[in-house]
Design a protein around this ligand. Sequence first.
Ligand code: PHE
Length: 451
Amino acid sequence: MSSGLGKQSRDSFGSKFGVVAAAAGSAVGLGNIWKFPYITGEFGGAAFLFVYLGFILAIGLPIMLSEFIVGRGARRNAFGSFKHLAPGTNWKLVGFLGVGAAFMIQSFYGVVAGWSMRYVELAVEDSFANRSASDIQTLFSSFIEDPVSPLYFQLAFMVLVGAIVIIGVQKGIEQFSKVLMPVLLLIIIYLDIKAVSLEGAKAGLEFLFKPDFSKLTGEGVLSALGHAFFSLSLGMGTLITYGSYIKKDNNLIRTAAQVTAADTIIALLAGVAIFPVVFAMGIEPSSGPGLVFITLPNVFHQIPGGYIFAILFFLLLVIAALTSSISILEVVVAYFSEELKIKRRVATILAVALTSVFGVMCSLSMGIYSDVKIFGYNFFDLLDHIASNILLPLGGMFIALFVGWYLKRNRVAAEINQGGSISDRLLSIFMILVKIVAPLAIGFVFVKGLL
Ligand code: PHE
């Protein structure tokens, strides 16, 4: 499988920590801190969480390893990897799904990252002080419903992402993720401690951890699956592309396990910071996409150092969004530049411009166009639903099938065994998961959730 090596000169990540940091930088983002709590709230709490965790372990982790195997084996972006490893077949079409998903995700992701930027500004202005919970709620809704001001922030964010992608892999991604994510983690832990000591916190923790499986719906299970892919950055070739930068002496299993663990822990810690506040303040857990923005500001102005922590928290949220967004955009840019042979700089500008236009439509669908519904969704939710709940799981299913049935056991073992080792038993389990369990489970959840 290493036949493609050395033909192209590509950057690889400098240190082993660099790969984990960059892949974790991709995985940890708005998905963990903004999306996970709000969809957990919408789909009823703990039961949703448990299903989500099951999907992470049984489907997410093996598919992450699969993406690393494909990417490092082929040393190319998602599209090129399939062409290289399976020449003359239609497997390359899986790359298209990924480019489509990346395009849609980048569009609405920029909007939410823009909201986070606005919250940095609000925090600097000390706007949360002396406001009631309902004022804080209004602050959020009147901002996102405004037709103009969210756009400035969204576009500023998009330009920033584009600029970083133009600078390049090593400098752009690795340095950012390495230093700042641990700081974010510390702030969230501090918020956790404060949240669980609020009066009424217990109801929040029970909501998050005491499952009532009768609350589960087909749509909830589909969203849990979709979110497992979204949060781990799976199913659209991001981690194939990142995998292509991983050195041969790196242990793929360990890297996949570390990234999955980091991502899951941060989401759980975000949940613990948010749900006690939701219950203590009498906020609806199913308040939707504003949940993080309408809960945490209530906490900041009550805790020691809250002014500074509010600024830092939203700033680091923007940076977490940035490292993820870079990796989303990279899928589109790599496709434009390596497959369509458009110059990288031009490809980046084009990708940023196109996804910004879709992003503007997402932003407007929160306010003036909120009545325009397609299949019952506004434009923002529609892109999220199609990309996260359909394209990513579908892409992931094909990646699993590709590794299981096309590459097969020997090539898989050969790639994993460079830089690591896998026992026969573990390999057998992995092969069963990617050949049978993951594809069937995804198919089943589709049937239940979409029909
Ligand atoms: N995983 C990122 C997050 O949780 C989003 C993302 C999705 C990044 C798909 C890359 C690919 O915010």
